[in-house]
Design a protein around this ligand. Structure first.
Ligand code: COA
Length: 591
């Protein structure tokens, strides 16, 4: 109960927000640099073409690469299609704040094709490496919601409406309530007031035979697009859905989860946050389209779930850090004596058609839930202090351990995605760090080769780490290849010309088939974020390097015979330990 109250109070009392939560009233201190942020550059065409070939080298056969080289040469020849598309992108860049952002959000998050993405968990950190960051994502998190569409989803942000919403939605036993969180004088409810209101919600939602309308948001987006239309045909339903969409955030008061052993406790908690465990547990106690949902379980387990389209992980984790910090401060505000109105229950009229959609959603959600394997591993032998002591970037060290772990399991390197922040640029989101490089391939191939000396292995490790760091620097400064290639492809679609052959090439599919989809989401709080794999035969790996340990969440699909999350987690632990041993046995190596 304590955490629940603190979540609400912390968000209503962040240091930079004037109540009520309004994007237009965010104070200027954190936005000093916003208008001076540079625009994302369009990288030179030839640079991207060359770097694309280099990135393919560790994951392609030599003869396959020959064909791709020929296609790339044709694409970039003077007066060719590449040049034309590049000019189109440069024109777009001169007319927009960020030339890739709409392509990125539409294609990566809101597109209807491809794998359905599983929903994934303020003092503000406005700098990265001493450079100011774009703060726009912070405006997109509260009072916003994804809306299903027949052709394409959209995101609506009610924080920008006037007046902005003053309520949150609370869901308990699949029943939704509107809870106004401001007093009539504009002050946020105190913890005592919130406690009274949450108790009222709790005791008026003890019935358990309620249709879980929220589970509709787990449907495949095409099916949800259609079901949404039939749901909101009814005026009561339409108003209830709008109240959820408009709310500042949703608070999910969860029922029980299955009893598990201590060893699987963290993984079970991750599953509760990610998808609720299936229709018999808490998957219906959500509105997954909502950008931000805080979740508090009966047993005190707490966390959050967020919808990825409006923001990346770091702003969400910054919010979590703020909440946790807030819980440490005593509350000073006095509760006004005025009695509060009863929180309003949201009603849904369930027609036979909607009931059928709910049943379909339960079925497909349960299949998804059963198929997803989630392993949370606390690697407790060391944290980021160890690589730092060896003058190595912890992120590069962890990524190379992942490369080694994967190679040991499969005897090959794979296309690997790591998110890199583009927030040094206005409206910047992410680009891809391609962690598999020729240098990483040379390192992992040599590591278990007994004919190689440790000095040579350490030298190869150093080169692999350097290559990773250099790709990272290139990516965060807007010179990576993936958003540029996406832009060139989308420019062809916009120009209504045939999509160039380089995008129909099997190499391009291979490059985008991320067997390892990874992301570092660091936080002050000892927590971990998690997400599912992005391809059926791949892994999702999210990690939070703390000083003396590293939290990992490794996901894979049970239905895939090729993958095994437990084995990858074990291989990762072994790789980290073996890399430490190598470093310690070769202390004078310069990395
Ligand atoms: N020697 C000693 N220390 C070093 C070092 C070296 N050679 N290289 C780095 N370090 C230190 C850093 O100074 C930093 O110190 P801190 O703990 O005091 O902050 C720490 O090690 C971590 O640095 P590093 O591991 O290199 O990572 P990073 O913080 O630069 O992050 C990315 C790298 C790619 C993760 C980051 O740039 C990024 O883009 N993050 C956003 C990712 C994202 O958006 N994810 C979510 C998508 S949903």
């Amino acid at each position: 109960k304590f955490f629940t109250l603190c979540v609400i109070a912390a968000i209503l009392n962040p240091c930079h927000l004037v109540k009520p939560v309004s994007a237009t009233r965010v104070t200027g201190r954190y936005l000093t640099h916003q208008s001076g942020l540079p625009c994302l550059p369009v990288p030179p065409l030839q640079q991207t073409c060359d770097r694309y070939i280099t990135a393919l080298e560790p994951i392609m056969e030599v003869d396959e690469l020959k064909h791709t080289r020929e296609l790339m040469e044709e694409f970039q020849k003077p007066g060719g299609v590449g040049e034309r598309l590049q000019k189109g992108l440069e024109k777009r860049a001169s007319n927009t704040k960020n030339w890739v952002i709409n392509y990125f959000i539409s294609f990566v998050f809101l597109a209807k094709s491809g794998m359905p993405r599983l929903p994934s968990p303020w003092t503000l950190p406005p700098y990265l490496g001493g450079k100011p960051l774009c703060m726009n994502q912070y405006y997109e998190v509260l009072s916003s919601c994804r809306i299903p569409g027949l052709k394409r989803d959209t995101v609506v942000n009610h924080a920008k409406s006037s007046p902005p919403p003053k309520h949150i939605t609370v869901v308990h036993n699949f029943q939704f309530f509107v809870l106004d969180v401001y007093n009539s004088n504009g002050s946020p409810l105190t913890a005592d007031q919130l406690c009274v209101q949450l108790n009222r919600i709790y005791s008026s939602s003890l019935q358990t035979n309620i249709e879980p309308v929220g589970i509709l948001t787990t449907l495949h987006r095409d099916s949800w697009g259609k079901a949404h239309i039939s749901l909101i045909k009814d005026q009561t339903n339409k108003e209830s859905v709008l109240a959820i969409q408009r709310s500042i955030f949703t608070l999910c008061l969860d029922g029980a989860m299955p009893q598990v052993s201590d060893a699987t406790h963290h993984s079970c908690a991750a599953i509760q946050m990610l998808h609720g465990g299936g229709s018999q547990w808490n998957s219906g106690n959500r509105w997954f389209d909502k950008t931000l949902q805080f979740i508090v379980g009966e047993d005190g387990m707490c966390g959050a779930n967020y919808e990825h389209a409006p923001a990346e992980g770091p702003p969400i984790v910054a919010l979590i850090d703020h909440v946790v910090e807030y819980t440490r401060k005593p509350e000073t505000a006095q509760s006004p004596k005025v009695p509060l109105p009863m929180p309003q229950k949201l009603h849904f009229n369930i027609t036979p058609e909607i009931k059928k959609d709910i049943e379909e959603a339960k079925h497909s959600m349960n299949k998804l839930a059963q198929d997803l394997d989630m392993r949370v591993m606390v690697f407790s032998h060391f944290g980021k202090n160890l690589p730092k002591a060896h003058k190595i970037s912890p992120d590069a060290f962890i990524q190379m351990a992942l490369q080694l772990a994967y190679y040991r399991m499969y005897q090959r390197c794979c296309s690997t995605y790591e998110s890199a922040s583009l927030r040094m640029f206005r409206l910047g989101r992410t680009d891809t760090i391609r962690s598999a490089s020729s240098a990483s391939a040379a390192f992992v191939k040599a590591f278990d080769d007994h004919s190689r000396q440790n000095t040579e292995k350490v030298d190869l490790m150093g080169k692999a780490i350097k290559a990773h760091k250099s790709y990272t620097n290139m990516a965060i400064s807007g010179q990576a290849i993936d958003r540029h290639l996406l832009g060139l492809k989308m420019q062809a679609v916009e120009d209504k010309i045939s999509v160039p052959d380089i995008f129909k090439d099997s190499a391009y599919n291979k490059a985008l088939h991320y067997h390892l989809s990874t992301s570092q989401v660091p936080s002050k709080t000892d927590c971990v974020m998690c997400f599912g794999p992005v391809v059926p035969n791949g892994y999702g790996v999210c990690y939070n390097p703390m000083n003396d340990h590293i939290n990992f969440a490794v996901s894979s699909f049970n239905g895939c015979k090729e993958t095994n999350g437990a084995l990858l987690a074990q291989a990762l632990e072994d790789a980290l330990l073996d890399m430490r041993t190598l470093l310690e046995q070769t202390p004078r190596a310069k990395l």
